[in-house]
Design a protein around this ligand. Structure first.
Ligand code: ADP
Ligand code: MG
Length: 229
């Protein structure tokens, strides 16, 4: 019963967001189509490099939207089962490490043990970790450190994952805006990554807390219950 409820919640999320995503993807696609048509009809060499820049940049935008929704875009049904959060995190880091190193960013991990399993949809939790670590990478254009800790808060029966960066930080009055659809401060941002992450964690009866100091950095705290129901 509980599982069925969760599944239908997930379907609702997909339904709610599908229109927004389609809209977001349609814009760069329209731009790409236009520039490719221009390339076909125009022979002026100096314009080619401008068109190729636009095409590359719009393709990157589509890629970033798809990455943030990677999991939900998969056709397979959601599957809740017991997972070791450390394993989901190390899979996520394997996925993002090359991108981090390319930007001179070191990811360091501290995993407490023993750690009870969390009953969750593994791919969705991975999606949350991807979106938050991706933001941490993007906020340190000149390199730095990302510190990840996973610990068990026995009294509250919560798995507490924290992801810390050394980026610009978030002003206090902007923290409440995090997770709003399309809220972004980036020139080429989607404002979708945190919204989907907040929804996924809420659906797991967990919580996200943000601790930030402008000029010093940000910590995203993700809490997931080890006891469901
Ligand atoms: P996007 O990354 O496309 O902007 P997100 O939903 O992932 O969309 O993030 C929304 C906004 O939240 C970002 O544009 C940024 O302003 C803020 N934000 C998220 N993570 C961080 C972080 N680690 N440090 C500073 N600001 C952040
Ligand atoms: Mg993002």
């Amino acid at each position: 019963m509980q599982e069925q409820l969760r599944k239908s919640d997930t379907l609702n999320i997909v339904g709610e967001l599908a229109a927004g995503i389609a809209h977001e993807i349609r814009n760069p696609m329209t731009a790409l189509k236009g520039f490719i048509q221009l390339l076909q009809s125009s022979m002026k060499e100096e314009e080619h490099s401008l068109y190729f820049n636009v095409i590359t940049s719009e393709l990157a935008r589509i890629e970033s939207i798809i990455t943030e929704f990677l999991v939900l875009a998969k056709p397979q049904a959601t599957q809740f089962q017991n997972h070791d959060i450390r394993k989901i995190m190390s899979d996520t880091i394997d996925l993002l490490n090359a991108q981090a190193l390319m930007h001179n960013i070191q990811i360091s991990c501290h995993f407490h043990e023993p750690l009870p399993d969390v009953y969750c949809e593994g791919n969705q939790i991975k999606q949350v970790f991807i979106n938050i670590i991706k933001n941490a990478i993007e906020v340190m254009p000149n390199g730095g450190n990302i510190g990840i800790k996973i610990q068990y808060e026995k009294g509250k029966q919560l798995i507490h994952t924290s992801i810390r960066d050394e980026g610009e930080g978030i002003p206090e009055d902007k923290i409440e805006k995090l997770g709003e659809p399309f809220y972004t401060t980036k020139e080429r941002g989607t404002g979708l990554g945190l919204m989907i992450s907040y929804k996924i964690i809420k659906e797991h009866k967990g919580m996200i807390d943000v601790e930030s100091k402008v000029g010093e950095g940000t910590i995203f705290h993700i809490y997931l219950p080890t006891q469901n129901g």
